[in-house]
Design a protein around this ligand. Structure first.
Ligand SMILES: Nc1ncnc2c1ncn2[C@@H]1O[C@H](COP(=O)(O)OP(=O)(O)OP(=O)(O)O)[C@@H](O)[C@H]1O
Length: 800
């Protein structure tokens, strides 16, 4: 039974069994008290951070490190306290009465925990992630978990606007409580029906039971979360990250959590969720961003990306590395300190075999190759010296051999000759050389069909092409594979140090900004910037870099994370999986996705197929079954498309309907763009203050942007197969135009879908793309078509 109270309505005080201090006024006082505590905690923490930064720690590196660690801790804590500002407390659980009739315990649930220091540290507010808060998400009338009532507090800023009550005891259930399977239904429906803002929000107040099970599932092993569109996979994955950090903070904060998403636009869309939950130690990245100091955005055809993503490419890269370990075709004659020596094929081959047997990466094995070649050449030289013209009784002793070796080692000519045979290589160099040389490619990628090999060919990019546009997202797993086989070429360390220096000043400035933002800081105190400036602070960090785990992890290719979450996991290629698995040898992973939405040609068609090379069948599957995004009218249309993609797959159940049927608008002649403009005006007009998207076949996006928005390409460049290259697609603007592939994971109040027949034709996975497009809408859908409507969309009602 649900009961809603807002100001002016009869208070719940009148309800049978309620205590007199239990209505909305009580909650207002309580929440005001909580904010008072929050303010006090913020001021206190800001003060501690301030003190830590100003502490004159002269001397030992250890003292400095401790000070830095304390400052980092207070900075994080302050961020979490600040993040709790909106919706600090959103719920209350009332336990069933005690056997002696006294009222059961009350627990307020919110974004963080607050204790009453004056009264034995009694909990005033319980963090939503604490075990005792779980019944707030899972208790039902049928299984009340010892609870009598769940109350939702609806708040705006610091004010309580209304309260919604759900009675959980069995008597009430028998008395006719609906069994919708949903918890906190009123609050949930308010949340899912609200206008979208272009930024994903958190769902802490209304997490559903099946979602809670995923969020709180144990961290170890690989958990796959399969669910149709709108079932909250992304939301759940992010809340799981927050939950794991809370519950296993020691282990995870040190190693960090990585969240991999499909494209930069999507990452911007979800970027606020974890900070709003007070968590900042999470690295968010696309596959194209998982190679340090690179944000790969070079556009390339989907077919090329598909070839690069194949598992076979691992062997191609390995062969490309071996191909750079050469033996001379003709002997190289060298003159070392008056001695003629011959670096011939056999000798180089012996040295190479020895180096390869070490199983060290190429750049490290190079030292063995050099050393072994020098040894063999020294023996050769010694044989020469011990031979003709010399007294055969005179043998060279170990010391003489060592001298010869030293001479050889110091010989520039020999070093050059050996370097040519076994060069030090960076991953970038290896791939640039490989892709720009058809002959080399032909010899190392013999197994690839010629047409696929040809897709890999490309000229060496000009010097002025920035790194991000030299490499495509699909190149990144290849670069990573190469880096793994090549080992350290010295450049990585140098780049790390340079980046660390640059960031030091930025970080220091960030710390000062944090302090200066803190309005509650005692006025008597000098503001941080008055006392320490960024340069000085950076100088003081000289002993240890003052950055977060997340920053260190992102800068280090060999970093291994405590937990890895992959969203839209169905899109990753086999090569991308190798990279991701390398980042998480512990295999503590959460993979969320929907096989029916796979659009990437290199993407997955079954989870077992993706995972078996890494964990065999040791992974667990959870399914999400309720669609919170798409109203049933639109979901029905999408379900017909799903039936074509995967006849046996059950569609998620929509949580609501709007009564607004989606429509199809047919266009005669070549007036398509004009009709799209008209329909767009109607649709966006119907969702005032909302967000509308025009989803179009990729080939039409440019013209439609021009026609509808007056803007050609967004500033930073063309769309890449991995999503738009531009950081300027502003999802917060009222109308955007996107190709379907870039809309993956996003949602809008209204969707105008252009020419579905062309979307089907555009890719072998066209039906999946169409399915994605149809399921982006939270309220309205209109399809505009000049070509015949594909039969699978037969349910759409004809409109004008
Ligand atoms: N328990 C919930 N309470 C409130 N809103 C929810 C809840 N679960 C999901 N939502 C909302 O439903 C929408 C869809 O969620 P989300 O984007 O996480 O789904 P998804 O499964 O990742 O979808 P897709 O596969 O299409 O990317 C979001 O607006 C999300 O905030």
């Amino acid at each position: 039974m649900s009961n809603s109270t807002s100001p002016g309505s009869p208070g719940v005080e009148d309800n049978a069994g309620e205590r007199p201090d239990d209505g909305i006024e009580h909650e207002r006082r309580y929440v005001a008290m909580l904010y008072g505590r929050l303010d006090a905690r913020r001021a206190e923490t800001a003060q501690r951070l301030h003190d830590a930064l100003h502490e004159e720690t002269v001397g030992t590196p250890q003292a400095l490190t401790e000070r830095d660690a304390a400052a980092a801790m207070y900075t994080d804590r302050l961020a979490a306290l600040r993040a709790a500002e909106h919706g600090l407390a959103f719920g209350r659980l009332d336990a069933a009465d005690e056997p002696d009739g006294s009222p059961g315990e009350r627990r307020y649930i919110g974004r963080l925990g607050l204790l009453d220091e004056d009264h034995d540290y009694e909990p005033l507010l319980m963090d939503w992630r604490a075990p005792a808060a779980q019944p707030f998400y899972t208790a039902t009338a049928a299984s009340p978990e010892g609870m009598r009532r769940r109350r939702h507090l609806r708040t705006r800023r610091r004010e309580v606007l209304a309260i919604d009550d759900e009675v959980l005891d069995l008597d009430a259930a028998d008395a006719g409580t609906r069994s919708s399977g949903l918890t906190s239904e009123a609050a949930l429906l308010a949340a899912v029906g609200a206008r979208r803002t272009g930024r994903m929000g958190d769902i802490v107040a209304t997490i559903q039971s099946e979602q809670d099970a995923v969020i709180r599932s144990k961290p170890s092993g690989v958990l796959v979360v399969q669910g149709g569109p709108g079932t909250g996979k992304t939301a759940v994955a992010l809340h799981r990250a927050a939950y794991l950090l809370y519950t296993h903070r020691d282990r995870l904060a040190r190693r960090g959590v990585l969240v991999v998403g499909p494209n930069p636009t999507f990452l911007r869309y979800i970027g606020q969720v974890l900070p709003s939950l007070g968590e900042t130690s999470v690295v968010l990245g696309t596959v194209g961003q998982l190679f340090p100091n690179l944000d790969a955005r070079r556009p390339e055809p989907a077919e090329t990306a598909e070839v690069k993503g194949r598992a076979d490419m691992a062997a191609v890269i390995a062969a490309a590395v071996r191909d750079r370990q050469q033996v001379p075709r003709r002997p190289v004659e060298l003159d070392v300190e008056g001695q003629r020596i011959r670096l011939d094929r056999d000798l180089a081959n012996s040295a190479r075999t020895r180096a390869r047997r070490s199983r060290k990466p190429h750049n490290e094995a190079k030292r063995i190759f050099h050393k072994e070649a020098v040894n063999l050449l020294a023996q050769q030289a010694a044989r020469g010296l011990g031979g003709a013209g010399l007294n055969s009784s005179r043998f060279l002793d170990a010391g003489d051999l060592a001298d010869i070796r030293e001479e050889l080692t110091e010989s520039r000519e020999l070093t050059r000759a050996l370097d040519e045979l076994w060069p030090t290589l960076s991953a970038e160099q290896l791939l640039t050389d490989l892709f720009s040389d058809a002959r080399r490619l032909g010899s190392v990628a013999r197994r690839l069909p010629a047409a696929d090999r040809a897709r890999l060919e490309r000229p060496v990019p000009a010097d002025d092409v920035p790194p991000g546009l030299r490499w495509s997202p699909a190149d990144v797993p290849l670069l990573d594979e190469a880096a793994e086989l090549l080992g350290d070429d010295g450049a990585e360390q140098a780049a790390r140090e340079a980046a660390a220096l640059r960031e030091e000043v930025l970080y220091a400035q960030g710390v000062l900004d944090v302090l200066d933002l803190e309005e509650d800081l005692d006025d008597e105190l000098l503001r941080a910037g008055d006392v320490v400036d960024a340069d000085r602070l950076a100088e003081r960090q000289a002993v240890r870099r003052y950055d977060s785990t997340a920053e260190r992890a992102a800068a280090d290719r060999e970093w291994t994370y405590g937990h890895v979450i992959v969203d839209e996991a169905q899109e990753l290629s086999a090569m991308a999986w190798r990279l991701v698995m390398r980042r998480c040898p512990s295999r503590s992973m959460t993979l969320v996705g929907d096989i029916a939405q796979t659009g990437d040609l290199a993407g997955a068609s079954s989870w077992a197929q993706v995972l078996s090379p890494y964990v065999a069948n040791r992974w667990r599957l959870e399914q999400l079954t309720v669609n919170y995004r798409t109203p049933s009218e639109i979901a029905d249309v999408a379900d017909d498309v799903l039936a074509v993609i995967e006849p046996g797959l059950a569609a998620p159940r929509s949580v609501r309907s709007t009564g607004v049927p989606p429509r199809a608008v047919s266009v005669a002649g070549d007036a398509l763009d004009d009709v799209v403009a008209k329909v767009l005006a109607e649709e966006s007009g119907a969702v005032p203050d909302g967000r509308t998207v025009v989803l179009a076949p990729a080939a039409r996006v440019r013209d439609l942007r021009l026609r509808l928005l007056g803007a050609a390409e967004p500033e930073a460049g063309p769309d890449t197969p991995d999503g738009p290259a531009d950081p300027s697609v502003d999802l917060e603007s009222p109308v955007v135009v996107l190709p379907v592939a870039s809309a993956k994971g996003l949602e809008f109040d209204a969707v105008v879908l252009v020419e579905p027949a062309e979307i089907l034709d555009e890719s072998p996975r066209g039906a999946n793309d169409l399915y994605v497009a149809l399921t982006r809408a939270t309220q309205r859908l209109a399809v505009v078509h000049a070509r015949a409507l594909p039969p699978m969309l037969h349910r759409l009602t004809a409109g004008t």
